[in-house]
Write a protein that binds this ligand. Structure first.
Ligand SMILES: Cc1cc2nc3c(=O)[nH]c(=O)nc-3n(C[C@H](O)[C@H](O)[C@H](O)COP(=O)(O)OP(=O)(O)OC[C@H]3O[C@@H](n4cnc5c(N)ncnc54)[C@H](O)[C@@H]3O)c2cc1C
Length: 182
């Protein structure tokens, strides 16, 4: 290419490598991509659409090789499986006609475990009129993302099929009965 010189080589086969064009046209307008058509994702292989994952050369990334494509695939598969499990758990929890307390906690955040045990006692004390969903933010990130929850520990109440309302942990622990009538 540099000198324009032509040379003949005898070969049994060739791999043609004349540049990269990702075959992502069918996804244009559906998931976020860069100007060249590579799909934008984070380190969990999540795309701009919740529940849609990408792996391999089609994603915007630094190194396109077999080893990175396979690694992406492993990450995407695990992330997608967790997404489905979390979603199924969440749907199972929110269906019945009982108010739901969602407690976002993390084993590495101070005060989290105290909050969880306080809530467990309060829920038992209320005669189990509430359901308590404990969401460990160190491994379950999808529900937190769905409700844009960043602070840990924190408590949200879902009642009568309405949007979650944030309540102070100590209010949930000491005044659970009052929340029923609010
Ligand atoms: C000439 C060349 C040499 C390379 N040498 C090396 C090397 O030595 N070492 C290395 O690690 N990497 C090498 N690579 C890079 C490596 O091949 C890629 O990084 C890797 O194959 C990417 O894997 P992938 O599964 O993401 O994509 P691909 O292997 O490209 O697989 C994507 C598949 O999806 C199919 N497809 C596309 N659109 C659709 C559609 N709409 N519906 C259904 N199927 C579809 C395609 O036909 C293809 O089979 C080389 C690449 C080239 C081109």
């Amino acid at each position: 290419m540099k000198t324009g010189e032509l040379t003949d080589f005898k070969a049994d086969g060739i791999f043609i490598y004349v540049g990269n064009v990702p075959s992502t046209g069918f996804l244009r307008g559906k998931v976020e991509m860069d100007e060249r058509g590579y799909i934008i994702s984070n380190d969990m292989m999540e795309t701009s659409v919740s529940g849609v994952y990408v792996a391999g050369d089609a994603r915007e990334k630094y190194l396109r090789q077999v080893v990175t494509a396979a690694a992406d695939g492993a990450t995407a598969a695990v992330a997608a499986e967790r997404y489905i499990i979390e979603r199924e758990d969440f749907i199972a929890e929110t269906n019945p006609n009982k108010p739901l307390l969602m407690a976002f906690w993390s084993p590495v955040v101070e005060g989290s475990l105290e909050m969880i045990s306080g809530l467990e006692k309060a829920v038992a004390g209320s005669g189990n009129k509430f359901r308590l969903m404990k969401i460990d933010m160190s491994c379950k990130k999808n529900i937190a993302k769905k409700y844009n929850i960043r602070e840990v520990p924190s408590v949200y109440l879902i009642k009568d099929g309405k949007e979650p309302v944030r309540i102070k942990p100590d209010v949930a622990i000491t005044g659970l009965e009052k929340l029923l009538n609010k």
